[in-house]
Design a protein around this ligand. Sequence first.
Ligand code: FNR
Length: 398
Amino acid sequence: MTAPERGYADYQYEIYLRGLQDQLPPFTTDSGALEDVARERLGPRPYGYIAGAAGSGATARANLAAFDRHRIVPRMLRDTTARDQRTNVLGSELAAPVVLAPIGVQSLVHPDGELATARAAAATGVPMVLSTAASHTIEEVAEANGADGQRWFQLYWPHDDEVTASILARARANGYTTLVVTLDTWQLSWRPHDLDQAFLPFLRGHGVAIPLSDPVFRSRLPRPVEEDPQGAAMRWLPIFSGTAHTWDELGFLREHWDGPIVLKGILHPADARRAVRAGMDGIVVSNHGGRQVDGAVAALDALADVVAEAGAETEVLFDSGIRGGADVFKALALGARAVLLGRPYVYGLALGGAAGVEHVVRGLLADFDLTMGLSGCATIADIGPEMLHAGGGGEARR
Ligand code: FNR
């Protein structure tokens, strides 16, 4: 997939030109306002599930505050009229260093859920990561993403090797190239937003489309899913949640996946070292958007040390707090190869299905493109640590 002919920043002119016909952009271009509108539209349960964080919310706040503390120092009189966001990630060329993060249960905010996200990802040329906790099947999402779509698969690692192998085989057979293994959510954290609503989507049959369509998991059930979907969901819960995995089990995944494997949720440099030693292809520095360990380090503050440990062989990606183009720039400057966009695209999905996701992604890529150009960077290779101010400052924001 290539960038638009005149560059991502063109979305800006498209919007201004529509204004001449008295049209406003279909959705707001401001990520804070986007969340506000989504809050108004969604009920308290879906909104709480998307926006909510672990415990006091300290980690989620710290993620955003860390971005504010890092500041870009723009450079002048460089020819950055034409920009190139292309980059190579895990052996594939990406048109831009942005991937849609795995987010489960997307039907909570829009009936098309992951299908809409898959269409928008294909239309904008960014890869998507399908969550194990999706509300549509691996096969349905692959079809919606199409022959040109770039898709990765995220694993919540089941405690049933045959089910795991079956799910991975389905993902490979359906064109998912990269495996993202999420390590930080083997058990759900204390989440007041969901607890106060007594709301766990999986118990209500949401976010279980992948196991419920899996032949091996289905063969384990005493009664067919169609007769007892609630019972099937209850049986899935302890298989994918509540018991920890350990480093020495990673070999199993390598045996059952012939593409790149990425560990998501690494924050400590020593864990990065272990990932390298285990022969992993990549790491996602992430604290799950502040949804798991309350009081955890801001993901951005953990990034540079992990990059230093990862060396040349293991690529480092980043998520947790990407809200605008400047955030993409800062994460890249601190050594991330690419970033995963999380909550903002789900708010876009809530407001407008595939069109909403497309708008959010195009807006982010345009904003990043403008940030690059105005900061004096024509290519991704130009974005290094010297582009950031050594000092800090700045207050937390949403
Ligand atoms: C997530 N995230 C997530 N991660 C994952 O590996 N599998 C999943 O199913 C989910 N589900 C999920 C649901 C919701 C509602 C949210 C907000 C997040 C975490 C996600 O991939 C990513 O790490 C965070 O969204 C990054 O934080 P921000 O940028 O959204 O704050």
